[in-house]
Write a protein of this length. Structure first.
Length: 247
């Protein structure tokens, strides 16, 4: 075990990295899902921002380029014209994130035909289900949507429903969800979605999240994925367990 001060400093560095992002990074922009009937797409990524000598801007053209290239790598062709639903995963009224929130909202106010910005607050969970006896885990998994602040049992299916819903004027919709880093909050949603809709086990989803982030995921967001794994196991009967990483 590491020195407690070292552990605290590592966690603090990870938290700061979660809310102080780099500009848009190509390796973070990943195709996740596609619906044949609507030609809608789902992507994960990090903050869609570019910086140059005149300031910071919403990286619409670069994001479109990265999504097009990553879709092709996965055998899909992104339509040239689409309606972008930009979902920013936020913590709270954080002054560090406010400039990027305004950046996204202002872009779509000025360009409403290109899409819209949505905000979704995420917290993660305070404990891992692996700490509790099976009967406790089962009962809390069955009532997850009643006590979990992030309400993953309703939010994750809502993303899939959005994917299957025709966009305005039958223009394909591209859903792009992200936080600042594209690691922790994004990892919580991506890992949970991957277990339910992309045929991944918890271990596969976690290792995928980790590979995209380039580091391990903040514990509160990983614990939320673990609880969602237990929910999928006990409520949906899905074979996604074990819902923890074996030692």
């Amino acid at each position: 075990p590491g020195n407690p001060m070292q552990v605290t400093l590592v966690l603090l560095a990870l938290v700061l990295s979660a809310v102080m992002a780099n500009d848009l990074q190509q390796e973070k922009v990943r195709f996740m899902d596609w619906d044949q009937s609507t030609n809608n797409f789902l992507f994960r990524g990090n903050e869609p921002r570019i910086t140059n000598s005149t300031g910071k801007f919403f990286a619409y053209d670069l994001l479109k380029q990265y999504m097009t290239e990553n879709a092709l790598k996965n055998g899909r062709t992104l339509p040239d014209v689409f309606y972008l639903i930009d979902i920013k995963l936020i913590y709270w009224d954080d002054p560090l994130e406010q400039p990027d929130i305004r950046l996204e909202e202002d872009f779509f106010k000025a360009n409403p035909s290109l899409g819209e910005a949505r905000m979704r607050q995420l917290f993660g969970d305070a404990t891992s289900p692996s700490l509790f006896p099976e009967d406790y885990v089962k009962s809390h998994a069955e009532t997850l949507n009643q006590w979990q602040k992030d309400h993953l049992p309703t939010y994750i299916p809502s993303l899939n429903k959005l994917l299957k819903t025709k966009g305005p004027n039958d223009v394909p919709t591209v859903i792009y969800f992200h936080c600042e880093c594209g690691c922790d909050r994004t990892g919580e949603i991506a890992g949970s979605y991957a277990m339910q809709y992309l045929n991944m086990t918890y271990a596969q989803a976690y290792h995928w999240d980790e590979s995209v982030a380039g580091r391990w995921i903040l514990p509160n967001h990983n614990w939320a994925v673990e609880w969602y794994c237990e929910y999928l196991h006990y409520v949906k009967g899905m074979q996604v367990q074990p819902c923890y990483l074996p030692l």
